[in-house]
Ligand binder design. Structure first.
Ligand code: FAD
Length: 290
């Protein structure tokens, strides 16, 4: 279907974009890569009066390694982050998840900010951001706010960003020494959204787990952190029995939605299998990075 009639603005700077958002508020939609928004418009599931196209704002693109974190501009294309040496080196969990997003053509247009602002609970990047405690920088006319990943995802396709704010940057903490990662997912076909996905990160110090992070995609209307399992893992030595118990704890309170891709029970079983596999892979990876 063709797009509905809509006014179009193409600001050249963040200040101009923020001014337009202040003027139009929730009548406006920000257009980034368009990979989620354009289909929503075509299907008449979104009805903005104005599109604010941020593709021409150069200051919103780029990856920079800083002391302790990697900052990624909201308009950075997914394939640019995928090919970034700084991301591969400092945020390996993000590097592992990026190639699983759709297909190359999608990643060549889709953006880091677009995926995280869209906040699809089955998407890879929200689970990565939640697992790593990423920070979201938003700009409105009143200034800048920094929002933690724990507060960012409020509900289905809903974030803590106010309608008059632009997401400008996402900051991912750098992995420390001894940190191993794994991003696993089960999808019906390569490139499909995950039926269930899991971002896993373990840090080993002297053979014991000193930090554990597990975040699911596809089990709820927001990405979900498995804090009970994380608490169980910390202080213990990696073993098959420990990972089995972690999988039980991580899934005991899950009540995933059922749809044509799988029942709730199936999703729960997949989630448990992903925890076992993800922890084993992350522990092996951590041992290599000691
Ligand atoms: C066939 C297909 C398969 C796909 N498969 C996957 C997949 O497997 N996994 C996955 O994660 N994704 C998948 N996607 C989605 C893809 O990752 C999108 O690129 C992403 O979800 C949205 O990014 P975008 O830059 O295209 O954003 P857009 O579509 O332009 O925008 C998405 C939403 O975010 C808002 N927005 C965007 N940028 C900002 C900003 N800076 N500030 C405030 N609001 C903003 C928009 O207003 C809109 O509401 C798929 C898409 C397609 C078409």
């Amino acid at each position: 279907m063709k797009l509905p009639p809509v006014d179009y603005e193409a600001p050249a700077t963040v200040s101009e974009a923020v001014g337009l958002l202040a003027e139009h508020g929730d009548e406006a939609s920000v257009l980034a890569g368009g990979q989620s928004l354009i289909p929503l418009l075509a299907l008449r599931l979104a009805h903005p009066a104005v599109l604010i196209d941020i593709n021409g704002i150069a200051e919103l693109s780029g990856v920079s390694a800083n002391d302790g974190y990697v900052a990624i501009g909201a308009m950075t294309r997914e394939y640019v982050a995928e090919e970034s040496g700084a991301v591969a080196e400092a945020v390996p969990l993000l590097a592992a998840a990026l190639p699983l997003i759709g297909h190359e053509a999608i990643r060549s247009r889709g953006t880091i900010g677009g995926s995280l602002a869209h906040a699809d609970p089955a998407a890879e990047l929200p689970a990565v951001a939640l697992a790593l405690d990423a920070e979201f920088v938003v700009r409105g006319q009143a200034g800048e706010r920094v929002i933690s990943a724990a507060d960012w995802f409020e509900g289905y396709l809903t974030t803590a960003r106010r309608p008059d704010e632009l997401l400008t940057q996402v900051r991912f903490p750098a992995a420390g020494r001894g940190t191993g990662i794994s991003f696993g997912e089960v999808a019906r076909r390569h490139g499909d959204f995950a039926v269930v996905g899991l971002a896993a990160s373990l840090t080993l110090s002297d053979g014991a787990i000193s930090d554990a992070r597990l975040a699911f995609a596809g089990v709820c209307d927001v990405p979900v952190r498995a804090t009970g399992a994380e608490d169980l893992l910390v202080g213990e030595s990696p073993s098959a029995e420990l990972f089995e118990e972690a999988a039980r704890r991580a899934t005991e309170n899950l009540d995933p939605p059922a749809d044509l891709h799988g029942s709730s029970d199936y999703r729960k079983k997949v989630a448990a299998a992903l925890v076992r596999r993800g922890l084993r892979a992350a522990a092996d990876n951590a041992a290599e990075r000691q």
